[in-house]
Design a protein around this ligand. Structure first.
Ligand code: PBG
Length: 333
């Protein structure tokens, strides 16, 4: 029997800060944060991204500075994303497997200047293709699964050889976790982790990211609905996650984040796997737009991250990573 009012007053435990702290169920800590960083060629580059106020693409010398400050803040890991020159793009995304490309250099730079920070890189072709799709396409524009897999395996090996700690296949092709896992094992990369973008939806919330990596113009009005998931489905997400675990994923991810908290919750409940959420670019931009207009208070940022923890997420990829880590550090001082 649940005690009834006035015996039970739910407000008693909300009366003072001390008791609110004691009964608090969830918490965001710096250990939960994965900070995505966009990199570009060149020197002294800090290029603002119009649709993501406060976020910049940076060159590798700037990356060194950036990573040192992230070490001081205690951020455990970064996810690196490239914007390559258009001249390097082709229909098969061949720059993705160039061992001397931007991302392998960025990985090596990161590992040299901040060896304790985990480095995560995507296995996907969209920053490198002239059509902006994540894989190789046929004459009808259909993204070919198995042909793409071969390139993704090579891309994963190139990144691992450069020093990446975690490979994150992000395109929703079938069979990619097994293919990459097998290749890593065959090449004795026994501790290279795979973060599966296990339930990734065909979402318009990725728009600003595509500006950041320079693929939006390439993709044009085309969608990714033939490989990314239908936002109407959640049972299907469980099948996707089950398959990725079976194929050898170490961590699974749901993406986007806040609009898909139900999926995060279901996935964590059902599988008990390390479960990451990606608060994607469009979510960042929405918050920033409203905060900059003074339509919302800045505290919505913390609130949004707390919601991921409540839903069951372990790690959170968020463009607010540095901001949150700074605020947590200030609060602790
Ligand atoms: C590319 C990739 C995307 C994101 C991460 N990796 C975009 C896409 O699938 O089109 C989105 C991240 C974000 O919006 O912040 N495979």
């Amino acid at each position: 029997m649940v005690a009834k009012f006035p015996h039970s007053r739910m407000r008693r435990n909300r009366s003072d800060e001390f008791i609110r702290q004691l009964v608090r169920e969830h918490e965001v800590t710096v250990r939960d944060l994965i900070y995505p960083i966009f990199v570009v060629e060149g020197k002294n580059q800090r290029q603002p991204i119009a649709s993501m106020p406060g976020i910049e693409r940076i060159s590798l010398d700037e990356l060194e500075r950036e990573l040192k400050s992230l070490v001081d803040l205690g951020i455990p890991a970064v996810a690196l994303f490239p914007k390559v020159d258009v001249s390097l793009k082709d229909s098969t995304g061949s720059e993705a497997i160039n061992p001397n490309g931007l991302i392998p250099h960025a990985i090596a730079t990161a590992k040299a200047c901040a060896p304790t920070i985990g480095v995560i890189t995507d296995a996907a072709l969209d920053p490198y293709t002239t059509h902006g799709q994540d894989g190789i396409i046929d004459q009808n524009g259909y993204v070919l699964n198995d042909e793409t897999l071969e390139v993704l395996v090579e891309q994963a090996l190139v990144c691992t050889r450069a020093g990446a700690d975690v490979i994150a296949p992000s395109d929703m092709m079938d069979g990619r976790i097994r293919a990459i896992r097998s290749a890593l094992e065959e090449n004795s990369f026994k501790n290279t982790k795979i973060l599966a973008y296990a339930a990734k939806y065909a979402s318009a919330y990725y728009g600003p990211f595509r500006d950041a990596v320079g693929s939006s113009g390439n993709l044009g009005s085309k969608s990714k609905s033939q490989y990314q998931m239908d936002p109407a489905n959640s049972e299907e997400a469980l099948r996707e996650v089950a398959m990725d675990i079976d194929e050898g994923a170490d961590m699974v991810m749901v993406k986007p984040g806040l609009p898909y908290l139900d999926v995060i919750h279901k996935v964590k409940r059902k599988f008990g796997m390390p479960t990451f959420a990606y608060q994607v670019s469009g979510e960042y931009s929405m918050h920033m737009a409203a905060i900059n207009q003074k339509w919302l208070q800045e505290s919505v940022i913390f609130e949004s991250l707390l919601c991921f923890k409540r839903a069951g997420a372990d790690g959170i990829l968020t463009y607010f990573g540095k901001y949150i880590a700074r605020r947590l550090q200030q609060n602790a001082e």
